[in-house]
Write a protein that binds this ligand. Structure first.
Ligand SMILES: [Zn+2]
Length: 120
């Protein structure tokens, strides 16, 4: 009774020769960084660029705004340091500014420092 089943040496097969953070340019087919706004080869707009939305999430921003909104935590979170400080000084625009921001986060029109909408 000889059981000779040594695990077949896993042939490490790379599924897809594209690094995870790379995409193909839809125009010229070159490998370009996913975060690139345009293709460096042909200059076409990188359609798979996810940077049309912020890397900051809507949910954490909403939570920060809800709990710490009067001291501008959600603005610091998205990188808006200047208005965040202003928010501390005005105590969230006497609360009104914070409420406005909170509504804007919820409806998805709150933008991060780069002017990108927050990730859902
Ligand atoms: Zn291209």
């Amino acid at each position: 009774m000889s059981e000779n089943s040594t695990g077949t040496a896993g042939t490490v097969q790379q599924s897809g020769d594209l690094p995870p953070n790379m995409v193909y340019c839809t125009t010229c087919g070159a490998q370009i960084a996913q975060s690139a706004a345009t293709c460096p080869k042909c200059g076409a707009v990188n359609v798979s660029n996810p940077a049309k939305t912020s890397e900051k999430g809507m949910v954490p921003a909403a939570l920060l705004c809800f709990f710490f909104g009067v001291i501008g935590f959600h603005r610091f979170y998205v990188g808006k340091i200047g208005t965040g400080i202003l928010m501390i000084l005005t105590v969230g625009g006497f609360g009104i500014w914070t409420v406005v921001d909170f509504v804007m986060i919820i409806v998805g029109s709150f933008k991060d420092k780069q002017g990108l909408p927050l990730k859902r």
